[in-house]
Design a protein around this ligand. Structure first.
Ligand code: SF4
Length: 319
């Protein structure tokens, strides 16, 4: 692994390439270059989108899934953007198309469409604003309309709906998309885990089913929020033990950030995120060095990027 990491670092420098790594990457990809790894930035979708938009690198390799690499390309069309495996998809992004959004607008005229960042460029281009799990609540609350369309995550929508209705009285129209990782956190298994660790606090992602969230928080306290909310909550809490209901390798980030705390997790991994490896990241860099054709490059139509950039830039005003 050390040899691969050294070669990636050499080629990054030679080809002026920035590496962005999502928190759900395997631990060996999460490590920042300044700490001996390969990543220039480690973060959630929002932080990495901002990093992509500000980058002056000739090339960006996105160690994440395809909708994230598309977002980086849209926000920084002057850089070449690559994903080490084009098959790194997302069950949420695949659950909705641009035609579905057009149909929703016809069914609910006048209702603004808020799309979670886990959507492909064609879908984003049909929406009013994009959000991440970190800013969804603030964005939904900012609209003056009483009815909003939120796509595509039904569980996140249901979890948001309660907070939004309490805060603003607004109605949310939802789509039936699901994250194949977070939907696996079910009440029965969570209850067993909570019974085994009664002193632990809960760290639950917005994408966990609302029924699980409701029953879990009746028994124990903690945080329901984005990946970044979860990381910062642990830093503010006095608890020594936490139950993590999110992607398994977020546990690695938590363990390396808070070495004095204990994290209990069923360890459900996103199969799409795990398609990205040090080896396929290195392969992209080798092709860049040789000037060979690279099938892992994100190539989007300019008109599509211009249309998808509008709702993305609206989101960034909330960052
Ligand atoms: S964890 Fe869920 S939302 Fe994230 S990329 Fe995987 S399938 Fe998509």
């Amino acid at each position: 692994m050390e040899e691969i990491i050294a070669e990636i670092k050499r080629l990054k420098k030679q080809t002026n390439t920035l590496i962005l790594a999502h928190y759900y990457m395997s631990p060996e990809i999460q490590v920042l270059e300044k700490e001996g790894g390969i990543a220039d930035h480690l973060g959630d979708s929002l932080a990495l989108s901002v990093a992509a938009s500000r980058s002056e690198a000739t090339n960006i390799i996105f160690c994440g899934v395809r909708f994230m690499a598309e977002t980086a390309k849209i926000l920084n069309p002057h850089s070449r953007v690559f994903i080490p495996d084009m098959e790194a998809g997302c069950s949420l992004a695949e659950s909705i198309t641009a035609a579905d959004v057009i149909q929703l607008r016809k069914q609910h005229p006048g209702a603004p469409v808020i799309a979670y960042i886990n959507t492909y460029a064609e879908t984003k281009a049909e929406c009013d604003i994009i959000c991440t799990s970190r800013n969804a609540l603030a964005i939904a609350a900012s609209f003056k309309e009483d009815t909003l369309i939120f796509v595509p995550d039904v569980f996140m929508g249901n979890n948001l709906r309660k907070s939004i209705q309490e805060a603003t009285g607004k109605k949310l129209i939802l789509w039936d998309g699901r994250c194949e990782v977070h939907e696996q956190f079910r009440s029965a298994e969570m209850s067993l885990m909570q019974a085994a660790y009664p002193e632990a606090e809960l760290l639950m992602h917005w994408e966990v089913p609302d029924a699980t969230v409701d029953s879990a928080f009746k028994q124990q306290k903690g945080v329901l929020g984005s990946t970044s909310d979860i990381i910062s909550y642990v830093g503010k809490s006095n608890s020594k033990q936490f139950i993590l209901a999110s992607e398994c390798d977020l546990g690695a980030v938590l363990k390396s950030t808070y070495r004095d705390r204990e994290f209990i997790t069923p360890c459900i991994r996103c199969p799409h995120m795990k398609r990205i490896t040090l080896q396929n990241t290195l392969e992209v860099l080798r092709k860049l060095e040789k000037g060979s054709p690279i099938s892992e490059e994100i190539d989007l139509d300019h008109d599509l990027m211009d249309r998808a950039r509008i709702p993305l830039e609206r989101m960034l005003t909330f960052s």
